[in-house]
Design a protein around this ligand. Structure first.
Ligand SMILES: Cc1ncc(COP(=O)(O)O)c(C=O)c1O
Length: 433
């Protein structure tokens, strides 16, 4: 038995789903993908059998500079030697808060946590407390905001969540301002917050973000932009700066500390301070966690911001993304597959779509393409470019993609099942196993 198989068996025996994130489970990867990772450096990752891959998952998109980037790791280690945690607020806790508030004009106060779900949920609670209203409007097309009931209750995986809670989350469509207005009119005076990502695989058009801003102001709804993925990728100041929009509350996680566990809720003082100590105000239990201000992670956050500023990280991510998108499109055209394999979204976060014979997105054909990339040492469940993806990694990837495209073309001309060597990739959100 290979070490991959051995550890994989143990993982499934000991951990429900075999990993601590559904998007890191075996079923969302092709069967030949590495099962268990031992270590990573830069944009390379090694499994427990010593196989080496160029990684495009980058740990759920959280590593935006590179794994174990020396300057950032050293900053974290310095804080470990300062004790890593403290009985009162720590110096680095205040410094990290200062860095974030200096960076974002729309962030007057900030609260740190370890996970993105904690801060998006906290944003909805704060909005409810601020407005005295109960409904949350969330964007239908955006796949994930939190593992908490207010969000998961609005997905097909709503087992264990009472109907009363499910009913409190409403949905609108991205780039459809009428769907927002309709909801705001139907539930006038009852919607506390609207939450969405500034951009997912579809870019905002016709000033959608700005129009939502205006509607939120007009209807007294708290505008929450979730920059978990877009933050520290579209721009150092996030997609809010890139698209020119100011939210009431904003949430960050993933890239902000190059893979260290930091998430943040920030925004207007008037709203954030409800979680504070202002005398005479009703108390809101905002976020209060033992490990929320872990010093090593906050040390990594501060250094990550410095690295971004000095090395212009987001410009590099855009450039390498464009290079990869151009290359993949050219290869698809070489095989006359441009209507079957195409790229959506912004170049800094491209989404590749693999279709079946009817030109419909297909997980079976995606499995073939991803499986063939894995054979050549490319782990690409989706594309998350980091600063350490350089011209070399992009051209190695394109060489591998040419081979994978050839097999994908053959599978379109034949029986796809015969090309799939393990499981077919599955979506996370489905009702039954
Ligand atoms: C847009 C978005 N918001 C929130 C979250 C939740 O973050 P976390 O996994 O850190 O709880 C994610 C995670 O994938 C996300 O993609």
């Amino acid at each position: 038995m290979s070490k991959n198989e051995e550890y994989c068996k143990k993982a499934h025996m000991l951990i429900p789903a075999g990993a601590h994130t559904y998007s890191r489970t075996d079923e969302v990867f092709p069967g030949n993908a590495p099962k268990v990772i031992e270590r990573s450096k830069g944009v390379y990752t090694w499994d427990v059998d010593g196989n080496k891959y160029i990684d495009y998952g980058m740990a759920c998109r959280s590593v935006t500079v590179g794994y174990d980037y020396d300057r950032i790791s050293e900053a974290a280690i310095r804080q470990i030697h300062n004790g890593n945690t403290a009985t009162k607020a720590s110096k680095i806790e205040v410094e990290a808060a200062q860095e974030m508030c200096n960076l974002f004009p729309w962030v007057e106060m900030i609260k740190f946590a370890k996970n993105g779900s904690t801060v998006t949920s906290a944003a909805t609670k704060l909005a409810r407390a601020y407005t005295g209203r109960k409904y949350i409007a969330r964007c239908r097309e955006h796949s994930f905001f939190s593992y908490d009931d207010w969000f998961i209750g609005s997905t097909v995986m709503n087992s264990g969540i009472p109907q009363e809670i499910q009913d409190l989350t409403l949905q609108f469509s991205f780039n459809d301002i009428d769907s927002v207005k309709k909801l705001f009119d139907e539930y006038k005076g009852e919607i506390a917050a609207l939450i969405m990502e500034p951009c997912d695989t579809e870019e905002p058009i016709n000033d959608f973000l700005q129009k939502v801003r205006k509607l939120c102001t007009d209807y007294g709804v708290v505008y929450i932009l979730d920059e978990m993925i877009t933050g520290f990728r579209w721009d150092l100041l996030g997609a809010c700066r890139y698209y020119g929009v100011e939210p009431d509350l904003v949430t960050f996680g993933k890239g902000m500390a190059n893979g260290f566990s930091v998430a943040a809720l920030g925004g207007k003082r008037e709203i954030m301070d409800l979680g504070g100590l202002t005398p005479g105000k009703e108390r809101v239990f905002l976020i209060s966690t033992t490990h929320g201000a872990e010093m090593s992670s906050l040390g990594a956050l501060v250094e990550t911001i410095h690295v971004y500023k000095e090395l212009n990280v987001t410009e590099h991510i855009w450039n390498m993304g464009s290079r990869l998108v151009r290359g993949l499109n050219e290869i698809a055209s070489e095989y006359s597959l441009q209507e079957y394999f195409y790229i959506q979204g912004a170049d800094c976060s491209p989404n590749f779509v693999v279709c079946n014979k009817d030109k419909q997105p297909s997980l079976e054909y995606r499995t073939v393409f991803c499986q063939e990339l894995v054979k050549q040492g490319i782990l690409m469940p989706y594309i998350a470019i980091a600063y350490e993806h350089t011209e070399k990694e992009i051209s190695d990837t394109l060489e591998a993609a040419r081979e994978a495209m050839k097999v994908y073309r053959d599978s379109l001309n034949g029986e796809v099942g015969r090309f799939i060597e393990g499981n077919v990739i599955k979506p996370v959100f489905r009702k039954f196993n």
